[in-house]
Design a protein around this ligand. Structure first.
Ligand code: APR
Length: 310
């Protein structure tokens, strides 16, 4: 046992394994990779451990099928689930992934009762509800990774459009992690200047649209799976903010209790992330138009939550 923090990543597929790699290579935490498939997480864990001498970090990485090895984790990242296949309805996907996420969260929460949960499995906002219920954790320790990814996509598109460094871009995306997400261009900037002052309205609208369908754009190109490099990078940014108590202000799926006028629903909003998880909802004022788009997005999430099996 080292005195490094410990992060469990459940689901050793594309997103999970890439997230484990990022965490291990940062040297920030020891990593336990869990999957239901026998041998696969052990193989990936060993492979990552064998990269350590070359990369130059001392974090340990192991793979397992046994939750006993995840005990005492500071953070549990959940990526396990199945993608939608031809012929499956959205409700089928919800039922299957809700079953998987419910089971793994129950086992992981029992082994690590003080952990912060970061949910990545889709449909994201709904899976956060499942995780909160299965864990019994307070809302501060149940977060969904979506807004960081959606904002990263928006930032990448802004940088490409204006020929500037991604480092000088900033973007805000609110709402559910789906077609109804709300890219907030008024708060999206290059070196502090809103993009609405730098681009024609139709270009702003085009970038917003590309952001909202960013996941689908990758799926259409890959054909056999969904995005994983950017989702893993976004998940790592949340892990880093929490473990290093950075008080980063990042958009995350959070259980709202009256903030933004919404009660009892996971929706993406900016929050302050620190060692105890979601430390504060960072409320901002919305214009009537933004408000309407945000409410539409929240209504779409509410409808999916209602489709959850009891
Ligand atoms: N327990 C543990 N692992 C499981 C379970 C389970 N009950 N059920 C499935 N898994 C594992 C699979 O064996 C697989 O290795 O989850 C992994 C999922 O990996 P991929 O199929 O590669 O999917 P990935 O691209 O990583 O996406 C995972 O993240 O971004 C979201 O929409 C995406 O919901 C999807 C999730």
């Amino acid at each position: 046992m080292s005195s490094r923090p410990k992060v469990t990543v459940i689901g050793a597929g594309n997103v999970g394994a890439t997230t484990a790699q990022r965490i291990a290579e940062s040297g920030l935490a020891d990593v336990v990779l869990v999957d239901i498939v026998e041998g696969m997480p052990q193989g990936k864990g060993l492979d990552l451990a064998e990269a350590a001498p070359v990369v130059g970090h001392d974090a340990s990485v192991i793979g397992t099928n046994d939750y006993a090895e995840t005990a005492g984790s500071d953070i549990v990242v959940v990526t396990s689930g199945i993608p939608r296949k031809p012929g499956m309805s959205r409700d089928d996907l919800i039922a299957t992934n809700a079953g998987i996420v419910g089971d793994v969260v129950k086992a992981a929460a029992a082994a690590s009762p003080d952990a912060v949960l970061i949910i990545v499995t889709n449909p994201l906002d709904v899976m956060c509800h499942v995780a909160m219920k299965a864990s019994g954790f307070p809302r501060e320790r149940v977060l969904g990774m979506a807004g960081v990814l959606d904002s990263a996509r928006f930032r990448a598109f802004i940088a490409m459009e204006l020929g500037v460094s991604v480092e000088d871009t900033h973007a805000f995306v609110l709402g559910g992690h789906g077609d109804t997400m709300v890219p907030l261009s008024r708060y999206s900037t290059v070196a502090g200047v809103p993009i609405t002052e730098l681009l024609a309205p139709e270009r702003v609208a085009a970038l917003e649209q590309r952001t909202a369908s960013g996941g689908a754009e990758i799926v259409a190109l890959l054909k056999t799976g969904s995005a994983f490099y950017a989702p893993a990078a976004a998940t790592f940014e949340m892990v880093d903010a929490i473990l290093r108590d950075r008080k980063r202000v990042l958009p995350c799926a959070t259980y709202l209790e009256g903030e933004f006028g919404i009660d009892g629903l996971f929706v993406g909003v900016p929050v302050v992330l620190g060692r105890s998880g979601m430390e504060r909802v960072f409320e901002i004022t919305l214009t009537p138009e933004e408000r309407a788009a945000f409410d539409r997005s929240a209504a779409a999430v509410r409808e999916l939550v209602a489709a959850l099996p009891a």
